[in-house]
Design a protein around this ligand. Structure first.
Ligand SMILES: O=P(O)(O)OC[C@H]1O[C@](O)(CO)[C@@H](O)[C@@H]1O
Length: 548
């Protein structure tokens, strides 16, 4: 297969990027009064405006030609129909089947995946209603009040992000808590106020071999048994979610307490599976289904909309344009919605674990920047923290601004202030303010010429800083499902455009393997002299001072 850099569209984009770098978005807006209409898409319950990027129609035509040349549509169809597009792990990529509310059959190795998903959803529904109705009882016969999810990465971030995002919709039948870190502080703090009689633990691990999660599971089991004085209490207080049910059984879980996921779901794309159990427990099964329905609507849009109106495709093209062709190295996620305070952390894993790679799917070194580093946080708080950097740093950081027309929790006088900032920021980042305007402004304010000379350069904002604006009608489970699915598909399309396998994560293995060896050396023996001198000395210093 031809390398990406040899494609006509790629070469044209490289040339075009050099030409457009000297243009300012301010002028592009002045030249095209219809710019918003040209560069925005309206979807059911949300709108995406990508007009505040350094693009023209020519740019979009060339980017769309790249999508054609890289056969985005046939890759997309291959994914939905269960082809093994995760080549390095020889796996299908079927997370969209988890929310296939149309229930169209999808076959993998002769088995109907849709049927398997429906069966597991039925089991989840029964379990959720048992727990929420108070029929699932703990070892002293009391109903469950607190759910503690033990999982890390994809087995934590998705459910926790969604739980936080929908917090205001909880009826408080149960409360969910999350423990992901193996640092004992987290589990100790979470368990401290809880009553073992009324806690249900979910051990969430696709592989059921993640040390951090299994260490937390052991601690939680000890905590429970030391209160119940009976190992049998475990089956009333522990369920597992995994793609390796045999391992969970070996660990002592009864088959009825094991919820299934599958190898064809990547951990970071798994919140739609039983990994989302904490969401269903806290908000009810109906809300969980609404989340799936919103995502399914996005799947249908992704599958059917023409490329130039296709939200995930457009978002991916813009991301590749900014990162690969214009050289921006990071990307900020800036929600103006308190409930989305974990979105940046969630997307960090989704995007960076998927596309943070430097070989193509053929194993050749990539010669172009792939994915930006993803970071961010609540917009309004960021304005008083890191936005200085966004506005005036030498580095250009493209950003996604995400806000809602209706507040999730209306409080008189708050939402307009929030949204005024939301709109002001993308305008300021795009337009900036030049020295002439700064001087004129200071003069009107009656400042002395000497003072103006001194201050003016500091007040200049170059502008021309790219942003996407995503405006939701209201953050609810349906819209959230659609939003997350949009980002998932964006990440996938980015991978296709860049010739990267988005669904493996080999880069996490080296450190994991080393940690296993070092843990033995820390607990049982000497540090291996073959470590580099920094690691060796750090370990020795650690051991010496720990003993002292
Ligand atoms: O669900 P598991 O198998 O415990 O894995 C947790 C996380 O660890 C990773 O494998 C990275 O180490 C992620 O991809 C995954 O989401």
């Amino acid at each position: 297969m031809a390398s990406r850099t040899s494609l006509n569209s790629w070469k044209e984009l490289e040339t075009h990027a050099k030409q457009i770098k000297d243009r300012h978005m301010r002028d592009l807006f002045a030249e095209d009064k219809q710019r918003f209409e040209h560069f925005s898409v309206k979807l059911n319950r949300f709108l995406i405006d990508y007009s505040k990027n350094l693009i023209t129609q020519e740019t979009m035509d060339k980017l769309l030609a790249l999508a054609q040349e890289t056969e985005v549509e046939s890759w997309r169809d291959a994914m939905f129909s269960g082809d093994r597009i995760n080549k390095t792990e020889n796996r299908a990529v079927l997370h969209a089947s988890l929310r296939n509310r149309s229930k169209t059959p999808v076959y993998l190795d002769g088995e109907n995946v849709t049927e398997q998903v429906e069966q597991e959803l039925t089991r989840m529904e029964a379990f959720v209603s048992q727990v929420r109705r108070g029929d699932w009882r703990g070892y002293t016969g009391k109903p469950i009040r607190d759910i503690v999810n033990l999982g890390v990465g994809g087995s934590n971030l998705g459910p926790q992000m969604v739980t936080e995002a929908l917090k205001n919709l909880s009826d408080h039948s149960v409360r969910t808590h999350y423990v992901s870190n193996v640092d004992g502080t987290q589990i100790a703090e979470v368990l401290r106020p809880l009553n073992p009689e009324t806690v249900l633990f979910i051990v969430s691990s696709k592989s059921f071999s993640t040390t951090e999660t299994l260490t937390n599971a052991q601690t939680a089991m000890r905590w429970l048994v030391s209160a119940a004085f009976d190992d049998k209490a475990i089956s009333k207080h522990f369920v597992a979610v995994t793609a390796k049910p045999d391992k969970a059984q070996e660990y002592g879980f009864h088959p009825d307490n094991i919820f299934r996921m599958w190898n064809w779901v990547g951990g970071r794309f798994s919140l739609w599976s039983a990994i989302g159990l904490p969401i269903a427990l806290e908000f009810g099964f109906e809300k969980f289904i609404e989340l799936l329905e919103g995502a399914h609507e996005m799947d249908k849009h992704f599958q059917s909309a023409p490329l130039d109106k296709n939200a995930p495709v457009l978002m991916a093209l813009i991301a590749v344009w900014n990162t690969t062709f214009l050289g921006c190295q990071s990307h900020a996620i800036l929600p103006y919605d308190q409930t989305l305070h974990m979105l940046a952390a969630y997307l960090q894993q989704a995007e960076m674990e998927s596309n943070g790679k430097s070989v193509t799917w053929n194993g050749e070194a990539v010669t172009y920047p792939t994915v930006a580093s993803i970071w961010g946080g609540l917009g309004i708080n960021g304005q008083h923290a890191f936005y200085q950097y966004l506005h005036q740093s030498k580095n250009i950081v493209p950003a996604d601004f995400i806000g809602s027309i209706e507040s999730a929790t209306p409080v008189k006088g708050h939402h307009e202030t929030l949204m005024a900032n939301f709109f002001a920021q993308t305008q300021a980042l795009m337009c900036g303010v030049n020295e002439e305007q700064v001087r004129a402004d200071l003069t009107v304010k009656g400042r002395q010429p000497g003072f103006i000379d001194q201050l003016a350069p500091h007040k200049v904002h170059s502008g021309n800083r790219p942003t996407n604006t995503i405006l939701l009608k209201k953050l609810d489970s349906w819209t959230l499902g659609a939003l997350i699915a949009m980002y998932e598909h964006k990440i996938f399309v980015q991978g296709i455009l860049l010739q990267i396998c988005s669904f493996d994560q080999w880069g996490v293995e080296l450190g994991k393997g080393l940690a296993e060896k070092i843990q033995v050396e820390l607990t049982e023996g000497q540090a291996n002299v073959e470590h580099d001198s920094s690691t060796l000395h750090l370990m020795e210093y650690y051991k010496r001072n720990k003993q002292d």
